[in-house]
Design a protein around this ligand. Structure first.
Ligand code: HEM
Length: 334
């Protein structure tokens, strides 16, 4: 009897296994997988070994020195008194690995900062060169990307992307943002866009968004000067600049005012909101092994330490999952 039952169990497993595999293959892909698939399609990929977004980049190293005001906002270890070593990756948007640096599609620029705390602990800050985002949810962002992908020259008018922008004012505002090519990554401001919750040693909590401002001042190229740039002008300029002098940015947090929406990155807070300085980021050298570090690293906006927490912004919460899909594919394809 025991033996018969075992045989029946084995037969059932063997019969249902192919069905289970077929069902898994047919299962709808997650939104994060579809986001990475669509970013890959839009870039003409897959491009083996590269990120599905922000594929072209360059890495530098330096340190972050906190200001006294940082501890009033958060008890995060790297925002107290001591300096912390950092690795920073600057990047162009899209998954196109050789996109010309001044191309409109290379906007927004990205900055990813890894704070390397003692005992192997890390915390990342991953920001873009525009204050805002085209979508409030990953589903809406997927809708925008799919509409762009379906709007080739042969698409009937109004094209899918024209229809999408017609019904999504935040996406329209984002695509209309002037795409100013910076003089250098050292003259480009960056914005955190998603809100985080900061808690200080007294247990006081406030929501805020990161701001990263070049101490040399924001400087952009005229359209005429941008037309004359070489395809890698930004990637070539940074090593030349760092060989002469350090590059510095002021990092701060713009605090939410009462009633400000904290879970929607399409809603930009007024410039009148209070800003708390966190400290100064100083870059002094190119990364000795930048390409290998970039390929083997996933910067993660939710790699946080005690004193900083995610808000419930659905875009922020989706990011690590989408990045992990891209990272997994990058590792497999190397
Ligand atoms: C649902 C929304 C988003 C999706 C689907 C998405 C997708 C991606 C993907 C797939 C990567 C490549 C990750 C890797 O392979 O390591 C990436 C990188 C990046 N993303 Fe996003 N992203 C989103 C929102 C944002 C937002 C809101 C920001 C900034 C505020 C941002 C800034 C960046 C930057 C700077 C990088 C490059 C990081 C690096 O240098 O490794 N992204 N994104």
């Amino acid at each position: 009897m025991q033996f018969k039952r075992k045989k029946l169990w084995l037969a059932t497993c063997l019969l249902t296994l192919p069905m289970a595999i077929a069902m898994a293959e047919d299962a709808p892909k997650s939104v994060n997988e579809q986001l990475v698939d669509t970013l890959t399609t839009l870039s003409g990929g897959p491009h083996a070994g590269f990120r599905a977004n922000h594929a072209k980049g360059i890495l530098a190293t330096g340190e972050f020195t906190p200001s006294a005001s940082a501890a009033t906002l958060t008890k995060a270890a790297h925002l107290q008194t001591k300096s912390t070593p950092v690795v920073v990756r600057f990047s162009n948007a899209t998954g196109v690995p050789n996109i010309p640096d001044a191309n409109g599609n290379a906007f927004p620029k990205g900055i990813a900062i890894r704070f390397q705390l003692p005992e192997g602990e890390i915390s990342d800050m991953v920001c873009i060169s525009v204050n805002g985002f085209p979508a409030a949810t990953p589903e809406d962002f997927l809708g925008l990307l799919k509409a762009i992908a379906a709007s080739g020259p042969e698409a009937a008018k109004p094209s899918p992307v024209e229809q999408f922008l017609g019904s999504h004012p935040a996406a329209l505002a984002f695509v209309k943002t002037p795409k100013l090519p910076p003089v250098s990554f050292a003259t480009q401001p960056f914005y955190g866009v998603n809100a985080f919750k900061f808690t200080n040693a007294k247990g006081e909590a406030q929501y805020g968004r990161y701001r990263i401002e070049p101490i040399a001042g924001a400087q952009f190229l005229s359209a005429e000067a941008a037309d004359k740039t070489s395809p890698n002008y930004l990637m070539d300029e940074l090593p030349a600049r760092l060989s002469k002098s350090a590059v510095k940015y002021r990092i701060s947090v713009q605090l939410a005012g009462s009633g400000d929406v904290i879970n929607d990155p399409t809603v930009v807070w007024p410039d009148t909101r209070k800003v708390v300085e966190l400290g100064v980021l100083t870059l002094n050298a190119m990364h000795a092994n930048g390409e290998a570090f970039a390929k083997g690293t996933m910067f993660n906006p939710l790699a946080l330490v005690d004193g900083i927490e995610a808000s419930d912004d659905p875009i922020l919460l989706a990011r690590p999952g989408a990045y992990a899909v891209s990272f997994g594919r990058r590792l497999q394809s190397q």
